[in-house]
Design a binder for this molecule. Structure first.
Ligand SMILES: Cc1cc2nc3c(=O)[nH]c(=O)nc-3n(C[C@H](O)[C@H](O)[C@H](O)COP(=O)(O)OP(=O)(O)OC[C@H]3O[C@@H](n4cnc5c(N)ncnc54)[C@H](O)[C@@H]3O)c2cc1C
Length: 390
């Protein structure tokens, strides 16, 4: 998603781009297609980026869902915090979209762009960085480029081959994901309940269908995956506090280990990292791909400004501007997720005492809620042009 957005943004600014992708996304679509495992909650800034890149139509003609509120509570205290689009004078608080749908919509645009060449079903073999260019070996072919962008996900080969170190912290948790049909309507909301095991979330997808994110200690992963459908549905009902009634149907499920990663550098001479290649984050506030799309937009803007000013845009001095723009912001979001995790982890009586007034007070402090939601929806730092409304 992030690599495709970066490539498209650069091509639209007149750069020639070669995209190397080892798993080619399918652009085929039928309405009967079952819901996919991986779903992202997109912010307004991401919506704007995808609209400005011309990919939103591809999402709209497939499948997406606008959510209009977020409800957060925990299993021991009364009260809940409700973030509402109406209170913020916004039409919604974002969209839930399957990752495959986002990828397909971007891919359609990529394939049609005459500034983009595709090198498909290929994997990167080696990278060498020289004073004036980067050398990239793909299969039998060696390419020279003013800039190599690593958008190859959490286990980035580009990052590894360039020798960029990563700071890592395992949350000792996994996220079990899938889609379910519930007895009661999700009311176009995202619901998040904090339990002793970790958070549990329902994300509204369509009539009575929600995507789930069930966070569990790592050692419960196998147990959760091996439950039969009935037992799995019962566990989800318990984890959600029966908030949407009975779970009537469950889809295929999968589990992902949760690790915070931050590359020590986003840039080297003639090399830049974006998206999960640069950072991964606890997904409880659904910010991972949103941050990655902001990286893409910031990098596109940095490079095109440098080119307009006649600078060699692959130089580290230019790329550092991108790093300064994004690294601090990404670090703050990573750490604030940890703050939430700490506050809601039910491992001490004191925290429970803090949460009790927090939940009921926070819900009455409309301006605080609106400020927090505004930050999450629109992004924190100076927004790149691609992330702004027309
Ligand atoms: C359970 C869970 C829930 C999440 N929910 C949300 C959410 O609600 N909102 C949100 O914003 N984020 C969410 N995230 C995070 C989000 O999924 C990631 O941040 C996002 O997928 C990262 O996108 P990316 O394009 O940077 O990397 P990836 O999606 O990992 O893409 C990397 C691409 O590089 C290609 N590639 C890899 N290696 C090579 C190679 N050697 N050669 C050629 N190609 C290669 C791959 O095929 C792939 O296409 C969630 C994450 C998890 C685990």
């Amino acid at each position: 998603m992030v690599g495709a957005a970066t490539a498209l943004g650069l091509a639209q600014m007149g750069f020639n781009v070669l995209v190397v992708e080892k798993n080619v996304p399918s652009v085929e679509w039928t309405e009967q297609q079952p819901y996919q495992l991986r779903v992202s909650a997109l912010t307004r800034a991401s919506e704007n980026i995808l609209k400005n890149l011309g990919a939103w139509q591809g999402i709209a003609k497939r499948r997406y869902h606008a959510f209009t509120s977020m409800r957060v509570w925990d299993e021991v205290n009364p009260g809940e915090v409700i973030f509402s689009a109406a209170e913020m004078d916004e039409p919604n608080l974002g969209y839930t979209v399957e990752n495959d749908v986002i990828q397909a919509a971007l891919w359609e645009q990529l394939q049609a762009h005459d500034k983009i060449s595709l090198c498909l079903n290929e994997s990167l073999a080696d990278v060498k960085l020289y004073a004036d260019y980067a050398e990239v070996i793909i299969g039998e072919t060696t390419w020279q480029t003013p800039l190599l962008i690593g958008a190859d996900g959490a286990f980035s080969k580009v990052r590894e081959l360039a020798g960029i170190a990563v700071e890592e912290h395992s949350y000792q948790q996994c996220a079990v994901v899938g889609c379910v049909k519930t007895e009661l309507s999700h009311e176009d909301a995202c619901w998040q309940r904090y339990t002793a095991n970790g958070p549990f979330a329902y994300l509204a997808m369509s009539d009575n269908v929600s995507s789930i994110a069930w966070y569990l200690p790592e050692d419960k992963k196998q147990w959760a995956l091996e439950l039969d459908d009935k037992a799995f549905a019962n566990e989800l009902e318990k984890a959600s506090g029966f908030r949407l009634g009975q779970v009537l149907e469950v889809s295929q499920r999968g589990a992902f280990p949760l690790v915070r990663r931050h590359a020590k550098h986003y840039v080297l001479p003639h090399l830049a990292l974006v998206g999960d290649a640069a950072h991964t984050i606890h997904p409880q506030a659904g910010q991972g791909v949103n941050l990655g799309l902001l990286d893409a937009a910031a990098l596109v803007e940095t490079l095109s400004q440098a080119r307009q000013q006649g600078k060699s845009w692959g130089r580290q001095s230019v790329l550092r501007k991108y790093e300064r723009w994004r690294r601090g912001d990404n670090a703050i979001v990573q750490r604030s997720m940890e703050g939430f995790d700490w506050l809601f982890k039910q491992d001490s009586e004191i925290k429970q005492q803090i949460r009790k007034p927090f939940l009921s007070l926070a819900n009455r402090m409309t301006w605080v809620k609106n400020w927090l939601m505004g930050q999450a929806l629109n992004g924190r730092e100076a927004l790149p042009n691609l992330a702004k409304r027309d």
